[in-house]
Design a protein around this ligand. Structure first.
Ligand SMILES: Cc1cc2nc3c(=O)[nH]c(=O)nc-3n(C[C@H](O)[C@H](O)[C@H](O)COP(=O)(O)OP(=O)(O)OC[C@H]3O[C@@H](n4cnc5c(N)ncnc54)[C@H](O)[C@@H]3O)c2cc1C
Length: 636
């Protein structure tokens, strides 16, 4: 039987759950969440030493306004100002919604929500519930879903979005049930697409292993994406995936590399610094400046590059050792900033990184113990990992896809961020997107406009192709295909990029897409069938990413989360060979957004659009009130 809904929500991270809660709250009753699992996704499985949520300033004397916050959201470049204004304006409402649902954001005795400054944040707009802010959000939202009896279907992987004959609107979706292996279709007036970021795209990744992502499905359906080349990378532990930011660096662990079997230990960073003190100063700074940043080359981001050279080029393993310092830390000879920090934190009389960590931030040590890693007895393996994609699908100010109507990409799969974003704005954008999509759907898309025969035709066509695949034997092993893709992405599409390897990778990715298309899935288990089909759309998405990155390096140069190497660049460190010449940024490109969309035969096609400015609105109450009463603000 085919499920018919007004709004289908795909994905149950913080964004998808919030959308379902808000749809229910604004009176859209015919709603269901279809998802892989409530236990999957980034939001429920990730965190950091102080996981940040970004919102309008609400504390003390410091003035703030939606317009000021929008300026800061857009300041990194490649951001549409009108969307930044919405993210700023609705941030207060979305934040208080979470508070009312029971998310324990801290406030003082006067009821003021205290904040702190995060990266790219000139005010104190950031807040946190501790290491697991997004998990707390998911728990509170899921509780409300259960109490409101909103339908939740788990073990469903979306493998296709169904569109009308003109391919300009979405009319439903197709899933594989991972328990039974059956295909299940949902006819829907609207689809809120909340499948998260490309978690399984890179071999070196700090996304939770339980987040894969589903952007390929939307790209195959013809949805436009933007800024796919803008991602965030940083040092993270790999056995238990966690960012080694802040305290983990400020206590000055040793960076040790070994051969593949753990032998031949080397303090590889010493090769690059003129003195032990210079090395310790750089490690300390890495704690503050955690994500890789082209602006910090030369500077603290060289640590990421030296680590990358060990793991990717020399094929060695890199570890942090908190048990001892092989070269003594001479606190008196460190830079004033580092020395003062260590003195003020009372860390001058302890002699190992681990003792410093215990004193500075004991929970940071306990966290690894809780996950089976004892920093007192073993080294911590690390790599420079993919952490977040600032780009994603293109939406308008109501988070509706710009070219596939009735599709609402929200959360990390929506690409509203640009070159750089204030820490915590990802979680805010996901909640704001949920509010906006729900409000728009309730106001404009509550009816039923999908002709039954049109849906049946779309479903028939999708099922015919799948039935033909179902009787063809698998010619590929999806696990191997996924590993190949991940290794390719980490090798050439991470934070160090250059033209020739990307061109080669694009050819390999095209061949991989063809291989996946040529393969069937006869006799695969329900789980393998679902993952085979998911891998097929992931490798399609990979091509969109690689093509965006290739175009990007030629047009923007080194900026944000990645550097570009090439002839004519500047050698980034005297002890590196001449291939390490970094091309400069072309700053004018910060006013442009790169878009990518499948053309009629499915080939990715790239274009640029100028950033829209933050609107300089000076409204008049009576006018805004009338527009609100009449609903004329809901236009797309
Ligand atoms: C280590 C780390 C630290 C971070 N720290 C911060 C921070 O401090 N502040 C901040 O703002 N952001 C941070 N982020 C980013 C932020 O956590 C994510 O952007 C956000 O949680 C994504 O939420 P989401 O709801 O969009 O997606 P997710 O939480 O990833 O949920 C996606 C959902 O979709 C489901 N799904 C995926 N594909 C399919 C499919 N094909 N079919 C059906 N279901 C599917 C998944 O199972 C899951 O339920 C961090 C990320 C990481 C990895």
């Amino acid at each position: 039987m085919i499920q018919q809904l007004n709004t289908l929500v795909i994905g149950s991270g913080a964004a998808g759950l919030a959308a379902a809660v808000r749809l229910h709250a604004v009176g859209v009753d015919s709603v269901a969440i279809y998802t892989e699992s409530l236990r999957h996704g980034t939001s429920i499985n990730t965190g950091s030493d102080k996981q940040t949520y970004y919102k309008l300033g609400m504390y003390g004397k410091e003035p703030d306004s939606p317009w000021l916050m929008a300026q800061d959201l857009a300041a990194g470049g490649a951001v549409h100002g009108d969307i930044a204004l919405v993210e700023a304006a609705v941030s207060a409402e979305a934040f208080h919604h979470l508070v009312l649902l029971g998310v324990p954001f801290p406030h003082d005795a006067s009821g003021q929500f205290i904040g702190y400054k995060t990266d790219h944040d000139p005010k104190r707009r950031a807040t946190s519930c501790g290491p697991y802010t997004s998990k707390e959000m998911c728990r509170a939202l899921a509780k409300n879903i259960a109490e409101s009896h909103i339908s939740l279907q788990e073990n469903r992987i979306c493998i296709q979005l169904l569109t009308d004959a003109t391919k300009t609107r979405v009319i439903g979706a197709l899933f594989v049930n991972t328990k039974t292996g059956e295909f299940e279709a949902v006819q829907a007036e609207n689809v809120v697409f909340a499948t998260g970021g490309p978690g399984n795209f890179y071999a070196d990744s700090v996304y939770p292993a339980l987040q894969t992502g589903g952007i390929g499905v939307a790209l195959e359906a013809g949805a436009q994406a933007q800024n796919l080349a803008e991602s965030q990378f940083g040092l993270a532990s790999t056995a238990f995936r966690w960012n080694v930011s802040g305290s983990y660096m400020q206590v000055l662990p040793d960076f040790v590399s070994t051969d593949a079997d753990g032998g031949d230990e080397r303090l590889f960073l010493s090769d690059y610094f003129d003195s032990t003190e210079a090395m310790h100063n750089a490690i300390f700074l890495k704690g503050y400046q955690w994500p890789f940043n082209a602006a910090h080359v030369p500077g603290s981001s060289l640590i990421d590059i030296f680590t990358f050279i060990e793991t990717t080029q020399r094929k060695r393993r890199v570890f942090l050792d908190f048990r001892r310092n092989r070269l003594p830390v001479n606190i008196k000879r460190l830079s004033d900033e580092v020395r003062l920090y260590l003195e003020k934190s009372g860390l001058t009389d302890v002699d190992t990184p681990l003792k410093r960590l215990e004193r500075l931030n004991a929970p940071a040590n306990a966290l690894y113990r809780e996950h089976g890693i004892d920093l007192a007895t073993q080294m911590l393996e690390v790599a420079v990992c993919a952490q977040h994609n600032n780009g994603g699908l293109s939406g308008n100010i109501w988070w509706e896809s710009v070219n596939l109507k009735h599709l609402f990409p929200i959360g990390e799969v929506n690409g509203s961020h640009g070159v750089a974003r204030p820490g915590g704005s990802a979680l805010n954008a996901g909640q704001v997107g949920a509010f906006r999509a729900a409000e728009f759907i309730a106001a404009r898309y509550g009816g039923s406009t999908v002709p039954q025969e049109e849906f049946e035709a779309a479903l028939r066509s999708a099922m015919t192709a799948l039935e033909s695949d179902a009787v063809r034997p698998p010619r590929v092993d999806w696990r191997q295909e996924r590993r190949d893709m991940q290794q390719r992405m980490s090798a050439v599409a991470s934070f160090v990029r250059s033209s020739a390897p990307l061109e080669e990778a694009i050819l390999q990715a095209k061949a991989q897409c063809n291989r996946m298309k040529d393969s069937g899935f006869q006799n695969l288990s329900p789980f393998d069938k679902a993952e085979f089909l998911r891998t097929r759309s992931m490798v399609t998405a990979q091509l969109f990413y690689l093509m965006s990155i290739h175009k990007h390096i030629h047009t923007t140069g080194s900026r944000g989360g990645a550097i570009v190497l090439g002839d004519g660049g500047t050698l980034i460190h005297p002890k590196l060979p001449s291939i390490w010449k970094m091309l400069p940024e072309k700053p004018e490109q910060r006013h442009q957004i790169m878009t990518i969309v499948a053309d009629k035969d499915g080939t990715p096609s790239i274009a640029w659009e100028p950033c829209r400015p933050v609107p300089e609105e000076d409204g008049w109450f009576e006018t805004v009130w009338r527009e609100f009463r009449e609903g004329s603000l809901f236009c797309n």
